[in-house]
Design a protein around this ligand. Structure first.
Ligand code: AMP
Length: 304
């Protein structure tokens, strides 16, 4: 089914205990689109970049069948730039730089072909843009999934809560769930977020997996224990892209399908962390994905 994706398409500069990059392609929607295109054939991207962006990356998305009609390229302007530094545990990081550039006044124009998508993934960017995107759709989608981060909680909490009230699924990391809800225990945090609107709340815990809450129903999916974790940037976006991409590919929105979807999301996220930026995710073959899904099945199977 059709999946409309919005979010940042960016340049990142990353520092981890293992090394440092110059400007490389990143951005929430970049990771989401790469992940989703491995699972779902019909994806459309609405985003904005400056004239400095790496057009080869856009060509790669097109080769994967991602429709980029909705990607604006602003002449004379610079792409969104984010820089982050990971702590030794690789589970937490500091944002060093956020330069909004083209994202500062982004007006998301939805191409006519994409005004009635079956599924929507509102990737990380300003809540105003997420809201405008929803308001410009001419038909209610089967499922709207949203991801966000602490940056927007710090500067735009009222607008953020306005979008959260309109989405079906919120994916968020544990620290951010606590910040958003004011609750420490994640079960209580999920309940508080349900009360804001979303019927489904997914709390990501980095290398410690992810929790799926649908009111009294809870499901947990671990992260695959890896030999090498090189750069966790984009793992959350990849997870979200795998989650919604799987649901769009099977056209389902029920709890059982969501359980499978978070296994797909976790599986793809495990690739994303193995190299800097989008490189390892872009290199995943269908066979490699199937092999890792089999590993995942073994990881979570019990004789019960
Ligand atoms: P994640 O590691 O999944 O939280 O996502 C990392 C990606 O989010 C990076 O590639 C950044 O370009 C992007 N990013 C960081 N800050 C923001 C922001 N304030 N708005 C939109 N995207 C952002």
């Amino acid at each position: 089914m059709s999946l409309l994706i919005i979010g940042s398409v960016a340049f990142d500069a990353i520092e981890t205990p293992f090394g440092k990059t110059g400007k490389i392609v990143g951005g929430a929607a970049s990771f989401i689109s790469l992940a989703s295109s491995l699972l779902n054939p019909k994806n459309g991207l609405v985003a904005v970049v400056g004239e400095d962006f790496d057009m080869e990356f856009i060509a790669e998305l097109n080769r994967r069948g991602v429709d980029t009609q909705g990607l604006q390229i602003k002449q004379g302007e610079k792409s969104f730039f984010w820089s982050g530094k990971y702590h030794l545990d690789m589970n937490s990081r500091d944002t060093l730089v956020t330069e909004l550039n083209v994202l500062g006044d982004f007006d998301p124009i939805i191409p006519d072909d994409w005004k009635e998508p079956d599924f929507v993934m509102l990737g990380n960017l300003s809540p105003q843009v997420q809201l405008t995107t929803l308001n410009r759709l001419t038909q209610k989608p089967k499922l709207v999934v949203m991801d966000t981060m602490n940056f927007w909680m710090d500067i735009a909490m009222p607008e953020l809560k306005e979008v959260i009230a309109k989405v079906d699924v919120l994916t968020i990391n544990d620290e951010e769930a606590r910040q958003l809800s004011g609750e420490y225990a994640l079960k209580k945090a999920a309940r508080a977020i349900h009360a804001m609107g979303p019927h489904t709340v997914i709390i990501k815990k980095g290398e410690h997996g992810a929790l799926l809450f649908q009111h009294e129903e809870v499901f947990f999916c671990p992260a695959l224990p890896l030999e090498e974790v090189f750069d966790p940037t984009g793992a959350g976006d990849t997870f979200a892209g795998g989650f919604v991409g799987y649901l769009a590919s099977v056209g389902r929105t029920d709890f059982e399908a969501m359980k499978t979807a978070i296994v797909y999301g976790s599986c793809l996220a495990s690739f994303a962390v193995e190299k800097f930026g989008t490189e390892s995710l872009a290199a995943v073959s269908p066979e490699a994905m199937q092999a890792r899904l089999a590993e995942f099945k073994r990881l979570i199977a019990v004789e019960a």
